[in-house]
Design a protein around this ligand. Structure first.
Ligand code: GAP
Length: 505
């Protein structure tokens, strides 16, 4: 049995293993499954939803406390066409697509070419990409068929509103625009103070040409974005600089081979990055490494070159994590200095001034955007917590308690002789403060396996000894070590174990 598992783990690619566990244990699965699935769309099941909510809560707690003046808002997913004329998405939010002439399948042209040439060709025009395909005789990666000329496709999803369907609107391709159109109203509501943070945790929609890699490239996904409005003359200032000045960031600059650790102070004094920007880079890194517990050795903040940068950014570093299942670094988020690009665009198209009068001068604020893809972060947490060893017959997820779907599982060893009553007492006490599951079916080994497979950090069992000394067994998921704890002390012990001081559940 042990050998079979070991063998299985070696032979099956990690992406497939995670997909199988995700489906079987209710993390996520293809949406509209009974109709054959809808490509690029995933549903979160009961376990995945709990984990995703935890990641979102941790995001809110971390990012909304960066400044004193940051709040979350909830604008609509559907936005007027002019919003995207103003933002530049109608003109610039395009991806190059290429069709296999033999099978008619569409691919992202830059991805296919990049894979063959082993370098990024993001940002090149359709003509340049078509030329590269011809020059390097690049063919369809699936069937080897000839590729057609590269075309550009706008990635937004339009919808027709009204009885006649004559009003065109769009599902927002980024949450950001929902904040920008609310800027002036919120500036007044937040009593005209700067810097001002406005966050949205919500859906974004993109008509990706080739959705793939499970949650990594979907057509509907969740973003958590904080937009910080600030006075551009203060870009070299950061109010709580002392908190981060000695903190090391792992940064990969354009043209450098590997990421280096540099203090925030060095990034400002030697690399010339603005203090305000670097302070917020630190806050991003802290979220992924310190709050979510992702391994620093797989993390980096990568500077994007002129061709790769989003069309609205002046300075752009992506948060990247190495994912073994995909054999590459993946972007989980970004720190985007968008300047006044968006507010100026909205001023021009809406004809409503976006200027403010602040500290004796009139100007359009600049925007620093801290953007996180929640689904990609979820996938990274899942992959990087995945464990299997020859000592255990089943796989498990070593989620930190704050991320885990439940912090505790409670079991009665047997279903008689007042043992269930003791387990229920523990369950009720913990339930008030934690996410707890009560499981009384199957052997204790099966129950441990079920808990481990969804990453519950602690399993608590009431047994016959409980009836004698009013204590229960607490098993640690990762070490499998067990301790005995008196039921009267379980609340105190649980607080210590779960370390939930940073997550209000
Ligand atoms: N407002 C800025 C913005 O939208 P982006 O880099 O296009 O920037 C931000 O997207 C984050 O959203 C990415 O870092 C990624 O984590 C996530 N994301 C983007 N496209 C995605 C997709 N098709 N599927 C899942 N997540 C995606």
């Amino acid at each position: 049995m042990v050998e079979t598992k070991e063998k299985k783990a070696k032979e099956i690619p990690l992406e497939e293993t995670l997909n199988e566990l995700a489906k079987r244990r209710g993390f996520f699965y293809m949406s509209n499954e009974i109709y054959g699935g809808l490509t690029g769309f995933y549903d979160y099941g009961s376990v995945g939803t709990l984990i995703k909510r935890n990641i979102e809560s941790l995001w809110r707690k971390h990012f909304l406390s960066i400044g004193e003046n940051s709040f979350e808002i909830e604008p609509t997913d559907v936005m007027a066409e002019n919003v995207f004329v103003a933002s530049g998405h109608i003109k610039n939010f395009i991806d190059p697509s290429v069709r296999c002439k033999k099978e008619g399948i569409y691919y992202r042209a830059d991805h296919i070419i990049g894979n063959v040439l082993k370098k990024s060709v993001e940002g090149k025009s359709a003509e340049e990409l078509s030329k590269l395909i011809k020059e390097h005789k690049i063919r369809c990666p699936k069937c080897g068929g000839e590729l057609a000329d590269v075309k550009v496709l706008n990635m937004m999803l339009p919808i027709k509103l009204g009885a006649e369907g004559d009003t065109i609107a769009y599902l927002r391709p980024e949450t950001a625009q929902g904040v920008y159109v609310n800027f002036l109203r919120q500036f007044n509501i937040q009593r005209g103070r700067m810097p001002m943070g406005l966050a949205i945790v919500g859906k974004a929609f993109r008509n990706e040409i080739s959705p793939r890699q499970l949650l990594i490239r979907q057509r509907e996904f969740t973003q958590a974005e904080l937009q910080i409005f600030f006075d551009p003359e203060k870009i070299n200032e950061a109010e709580r600089w002392d908190e981060v000045s000695k903190y090391h960031l792992k940064v990969l600059f354009v043209g450098e081979g590997e990421a280096k650790k540099k203090t925030c102070e060095e990034l400002v004094s030697k690399d010339g990055l603005p203090k305000f920007y670097v302070y917020h880079m630190a806050k991003m890194q802290q979220f992924f490494i310190e709050v979510l517990g992702l391994p620093e050795e797989k993390f980096r903040l990568r500077e994007l070159d002129q061709d790769e940068k989003a069309f609205y950014n002046k300075i752009h570093f992506d948060v990247e994590i190495y994912l073994e299942s995909l054999h590459e670094y993946k972007e989980l988020g970004g720190v985007h200095y968008r300047t006044d690009h968006d507010l100026k665009g909205h001023q021009d198209v809406s004809k409503k001034s976006q200027e403010i009068f602040y500290e004796g001068k009139r100007f359009i604020p600049h925007i620093l955007e801290l953007s996180t893809g929640i689904d990609r972060t979820f996938y990274a947490c899942m992959e990087l917590s995945y464990r299997h060893t020859s000592e255990r017959e089943w796989e498990w997820f070593a989620f930190p308690p704050k991320v885990a779907p439940f912090q505790f599982a409670v079991y009665p060893l047997v279903g008689k002789d007042n043992v269930p009553e003791a387990a229920e007492r523990v369950y009720r006490e913990l339930k008030a403060n934690y996410a707890v599951v009560y499981d009384d079916s199957g052997s204790i080994g099966r129950r441990y396996a079920r808990a481990d497979e969804i990453g519950i950090p602690y399993s608590i069992t009431a047994d016959y000894d409980t009836l004698k000394d009013d204590s229960v067994t607490v098993r640690n998921r990762d070490t499998m070590k067990q301790i005995r704890v008196k039921i009267k002390d379980i609340g105190k012990e649980a607080a210590k174990l779960a370390g939930l001081d940073s997550l209000s559940q």
